[in-house]
Ligand binder design. Sequence first.
Ligand code: GCU
Length: 368
Amino acid sequence: MKTEIAKLLEERHLPEILKMKDGSEVTRENFPERRREMLDILAEYEYGTMPSPIGETTWKEETKFEVCCGKASESRISITFPTPDGESFTFPVNLIVPKTATAENKLPAVVYLAFENKYYYPIEEVIDSGVIVAEVQYQQVSLDAAGTFDKLMDSHYFENGKRNGGDFGKIGMWAYAASRTLDFLLTLDYVDKSRVGVMGPSRLGKTALWAGANDERFTYIFSNDAGCSGDAIERGKIGERFPRIFTVLGYWFCENMKSVSESTDDAEKMPFDQHFLLACCAPRKLQPAPYITAASLDEWADPTSQYLSCAAASPAWELFGGKGFVHPDRLPKAGDRFPEGDLGFHLREGTHWLSRHDWMGFIDFLKK
Ligand code: GCU
């Protein structure tokens, strides 16, 4: 007998994650090749190609002072990486390090892709729980506006601000900066290299997933309310859909997305769905990773489609003998939390927002 969730997934007519492009079955042995295929498909039709780094990332501590009554230090770090035009690009990172971090007592760290400071985050709780945060304010890497491909990081990649069809868009650039921030974190002797993650809310949740999918050095990924073109299955989704996001926010993606953005319910024409993105995060050292969080009233993102995406990606972990996505055979209710499997999910009561509840869910997971 089919389970409820299996029936709901069947109605979405999703392309398979465990079948190679040539139709052959995916095994543990060739999963890395399938992961590469899925990343290439997502790059080709959605986010654009991620460039390979062309040299070493360097960094400099600009300022350092104590915060939270001396419980932690806060440093302003400049991170520099070489760019294909023969120059380099530098962006700032705000680094919070709990005083308990030493070479003998290594702590987990997270690259936090953040909006500007107007957004609250429970910094004292995070410090008390022993997590190092490297905060990247995303618009200091690349501006969140159309027609700005000649500014900041973009100006080193696109001559006169002109992109080609498969070139990365803003999500790709923010994700690239997340990986360069990881290069920096991995040079610190008080960072536990087996626990380095990436996180972000909304558009930066989409970015965190894309960064984590591409860069296997991230051992965990935490996305919040990522929704359309992030963690939510596109076929049959409510709220925001590809045609809308591509029309209004097309600069987040590659130009080629146009070819699929009008036919997303046509399984033939769109050779992927967002469960590919989650499946590219399999398998990681920490479980659950990714940890997906959704909000019950966030219809724009569509919690049902976010949840179904976790269920659809689950076989990628099961292939390795993991538990996959552990969840009941029903749709989630506000307040539900499913952290037991290889990918985790919680549905917070309320609207679109990275709340303290979401942060604490993530911290609980890191403490495990
Ligand atoms: C818009 C957009 C969403 C995005 C959100 C955000 O609502 O349509 O796709 O996730 O902004 O980043 O806050």
